[in-house]
Design a binder for this molecule. Structure first.
Ligand code: CAA
Length: 260
C-alpha cells in the first residue's frame, strides 16, 4: 500500500520506515500518524519482518516534532486527543515484539525525540540534535516525553531538558544515556542494519520476551519483575526455538530459529 509521507522498504527481514516530509523537517501531522500506525500494524503481523529501522528523510531532520501549524489550531480537547493518539502510535512501536532502532539522522525534537525514545535502541549521527523544546511554545511534551525521558536518563537530566527546552548534541545524548551509539552520517543506516542483523540471528521469541520482560518489568516492583522473568523463561522452554538453540550449541553448529 503506497503512502504519501512514509517510505517502507523491506530487505533481509529488516523494514526501514522513512518519514518523508522534508519541507517541514519531517514534522508529524495527523496524516503521517495514520500512515505510521497502519505500517506498524502491518509490520507487526508480517512474519517476513524481524526488525525495524525508523528514520527521517534528508540530512537535516529525523523528526522536528509534532506539526506546530496543525497544533496551533487545537482546542483543549483536540490537543488531549492528539496526545493520546500519538502516545498510542508510539506505544505500538514499544510493544511491537520485534526490535526497533531509531536511526537519528538530524533534529529529533519534541515528538521526534519522543518517537526515538519509544524505539528500543537509538543510534544517532554526530550531526543530530535532540531536545524537548515544547516549553518554548508554552506547552509540555505530549507524546511520552515527560515519562520516557526520565525513565531513560533519570529525573535530573530529564528535567533539565524539559525545563530549558534546549537541544543537546548527539555526544551529550550518548553521555547521559539517551542514545546507544554515535556514528558518522554515512555509517548511520549501515550501523543500524548491522546491529539489527546481529539481533536477528537470535530466536525471535526470545527477542520478543526479552523486550516484554524489560518493558513491563520496569513498571513493576523488583519481585514482580523477577516473577515475570521466570514465567517468560518458562514459556521459552515450550518453544521449538529453545530446543534448536540448545541442540545447536551442544552439536557445535549455528542455530536455525523458526520463531515457534
Ligand atoms: N512543525 C511544523 N513545521 C515545522 C516544524 C514543526 N515542528 N519544524 C520545522 N518546521 C518547518 C518550518 O516552519 C519551516 O517551514 P517553511 O520553510 O515553510 O517556513 C521548515 O520546516 C524549515 O524549518 P526552519 O526554517 O525553522 O529551519 P531552521 O534550520 O531555521 O531550524 C529547527 C530548524 C531548529 C528544527 C526549527 O525548525 C524548529 O525549532 N522547529 C520546531 C521544533 C519544535 O519546537 N518541536 C516541538 C514541536 S511540539 C511537539 O512535538 C509536541 C508533542 O510532544 C506532541
Amino acid at each position: 500500500m503506497p503512502f504519501e509521507n512514509l517510505k517502507v522498504e523491506i530487505v533481509d527481514r529488516i523494514a526501514t520506515l522513512t518519514i518523508c516530509r522534508e519541507k517541514a523537517l519531517n514534522a508529524l501531522n495527523s496524516e503521517i500518524l495514520d500512515e505510521l500506525l497502519a505500517v506498524l500494524q502491518d509490520v507487526k503481523r508480517n512474519g517476513q519482518v524481524g526488525g525495524v529501522i525508523v528514520t527521517g528523510a534528508g540530512e537535516k531532520a529525523f523528526v522536528a516534532g509534532a506539526d506546530i501549524a496543525e497544533m496551533a489550531r487545537f482546542e483543549p480537547l483536540q490537543a488531549c486527543e492528539f496526545s493520546h493518539r500519538i502516545q498510542n502510535t508510539f506505544g505500538v512501536i514499544e510493544t511491537l515484539g520485534k526490535p526497533v532502532v531509531a536511526a537519528i539522522n538530524g533534529f529529533a525534537l519534541g515528538g521526534g525525540c519522543e518517537l526515538a525514545m519509544a524505539c528500543h535502541l537509538r543510534i544517532a549521527c554526530h550531526t543530530a540534535r535532540l531536545g524537548q523544546p515544547e516549553v518554548k511554545l508554552g506547552i509540555i511534551a505530549g507524546a511520552g516525553g515527560t515519562q520516557r525521558l526520565a525513565r531513560l536518563v533519570g529525573k535530573g537530566h530529564a528535567l533539565e531538558m524539559l525545563l530549558t527546552g534546549e537541544a543537546i548534541s548527539a555526544e551529550e545524548a550518548y553521555r547521559i544515556g539517551l542514545v546507544n551509539r554515535v556514528v558518522s552520517p554515512p555509517e548511520l543506516i549501515p550501523t543500524c542494519r548491522a546491529v539489527l542483523s546481529e539481533m536477528l540471528k537470535n530466536g525471535p521469541l526470545a527477542l520478543r520476551y526479552s523486550i516484554d520482560a524489560v518493558h513491563n518489568g520496569l513498571e513493576m516492583s523488583l519481585e514482580e519483575g523477577l516473577f515475570l522473568e521466570s514465567t517468560l523463561l518458562g514459556m521459552c522452554f515450550a518453544t521449538t526455538d529453545m530446543k534448536e538453540g540448545m541442540s545447536a550449541f551442544l552439536e557445535k553448529r549455528f542455530a536455525k530459529f523458526q520463531g515457534k
